[in-house]
Design a protein around this ligand. Structure first.
Ligand code: GLU
Length: 450
């Protein structure tokens, strides 16, 4: 089967050396959306070959973050359980003469690079290890030096049709033979990743454009291992207001933090899926809608600027449109019993879901009223109709107060709002009033905390 008609199976392959952040969830999201869009499968692969930095706690944290975002995976694997497969691949490429030991220390390599740069040459590894004599190799071994292992690239132009960037051409001679195995034996991610992509029949590799050079080397690895390379798509990266890449080392916004702050997963997904694309940045109420829109050709090639305020605005807009059905469970957890009328009255005033509590206190709890106009508040007490209140109560009540006091417009409504809610802004009072208790309203108009 060619890459085009293979069943879609994609993977998100984080290293469990940190938690997910806004810079890397787009990779997870695009893979997930593409899988859902194409009726394919989404795999979570934990790239945990770096034993010194990978932890189970980070792996669990990544799963928690994905689960919270609603990015459920169909298949899971971790690289630390697949060494046998990597060793087989190492044997294959060794037999084919594509893997070679190098004894240079990090300092020696650094010196070489600096010399090349000083002469105006690109800092590409000179393959000195390939021309070393047996005696030199022996000497290194006796000195106790241990090798690292490089994959010998075939020096020709590597091409692929990138799903986002279009036709790509990279001259393999323009970069160093990549290190596959560290000194001391640990695998770098390059080879395990290709072995896994082959074994798990990954059809499309969707990842950030910081991996473009890896792709060129990996395409040769796929060939060396006798497999067809998958299709590749490299999406743009996020940058902060200063144009710096958002990477996990730069203290980027963690998904766990957004969750603790009370943001909505669908707002985070909507924002992540639309920034840096030709779609307007907007909230979507369902993951299916985002998946339906997903299209590589809409991704911009320029870096996308991440702005936390914009994310928060998307969150607020998401809540303003959220149907009661989507809110009821959460309201119940907060022991808010106002039902749909309450939700519809207050949703337009929320930045974060948690803000509902403050409006629920206005309706059924305690607040400290602000009394600006005592005379008006007194007239309001006397004119307040008896219960039950309905949708008309507010207009008939305020009309009566207006007729009695002569107050109108802001001079009429603002003192009432401040007495009844303790705030200058908020949901429409004609909607809140029918949910409020008459005795509480009277007490607030008298300036009592109620
Ligand atoms: N573990 C690699 C990373 O996090 C995976 C890259 C890939 O998707 O192939 O960068």
């Amino acid at each position: 089967m060619s890459g085009d008609d293979k069943k879609v199976r994609v993977r998100f392959a984080p290293s469990p050396t940190g938690r997910l952040h806004v810079g890397n969830i787009r990779t997870a999201l695009f893979n997930f959306l593409f899988a859902r869009h194409s009726g394919g499968e989404f795999m979570l692969r934990l790239d945990d070959t770096d034993v010194s930095r990978s932890t189970d706690a980070f792996a669990q944290g990544i799963k928690d973050d994905l689960t919270w975002l609603g990015l459920d995976w169909d298949i899971e694997a971790k690289q630390s359980e697949r060494y046998v497969e990597y060793e087989k691949a190492v044997r294959l490429i060794t037999e084919a003469g594509r893997l070679y030991p190098c004894y240079e220390t990090a300092d020696e390599l650094d010196l070489k690079r600096r010399r090349q740069l000083a002469r105006g040459r690109p800092p590409v590894y000179d393959r000195a290890a390939l021309t070393m004599s047996e005696e030199e190799l022996d000497k290194y071994e006796k000195e106790g030096r241990r090798p690292h292992w490089r994959f010998k690239l075939d020096h020709r132009v590597i091409t692929w049709k990138d799903l986002v960037r279009g036709e790509q051409k990279i001259d393999a001679a323009s970069f160093s033979d990549p290190v596959m195995i560290r000194q001391g034996g640990g695998y770098l991610y390059t080879l395990p990743s290709v072995v896994d992509d082959i074994d798990f029949q990954i059809s499309h590799v969707i990842r950030g454009e910081d991996h473009v050079a890896n792709t060129a080397a990996q395409i040769q690895l796929f060939e060396a291992l006798g497999a067809d390379a998958p299709q590749f798509g490299h999406h743009n990266l996020l940058v902060n207001a200063d144009g710096e890449a958002l990477s996990k080392r730069k203290n980027s916004l963690a998904i766990a933090g957004l969750r603790e702050d009370g943001l909505e997963p669908l707002a985070v997904n909507s924002h992540a899926a639309t920034i840096g694309t030709s779609y307007p940045v907007a909230p979507y109420q369902h993951m299916e809608q985002i998946a339906e829109l997903f299209d590589f050709s809409k991704l911009s090639r320029a870096p996308a600027r991440f702005d936390e305020n914009e994310l928060r605005q998307v969150n607020a807009r998401f809540l303003h449109e959220l149907e009661y059905a989507g809110a009821s469970e959460h309201l119940e957890k907060l022991k808010i019993t106002g039902g749909e009328p309450f939700w519809l009255a207050v949703r337009g005033n929320l930045d974060l879901f948690g803000d509902v509590e403050q409006w629920w206190r206005v309706v059924a709890g305690e607040i400290t009223p602000l009394i600006d106009d005592e005379a008006l508040c007194e007239a309001a007490q006397n004119l307040l109709p008896s219960e039950p209140f309905d949708a008309q109560t507010w207009s008939s009540w305020t009309k009566a107060i207006k007729d009695e006091t002569g107050a109108k417009g802001k001079g009429l409504f603002m003192p009432l709002r401040k007495a009844l809610t303790g705030q200058e802004h908020g949901p429409e009072l004609k909607l809140l009033l029918p949910m409020m208790d008459r005795a509480r309203i009277i007490a607030r108009l008298q300036g009592q905390t109620a």
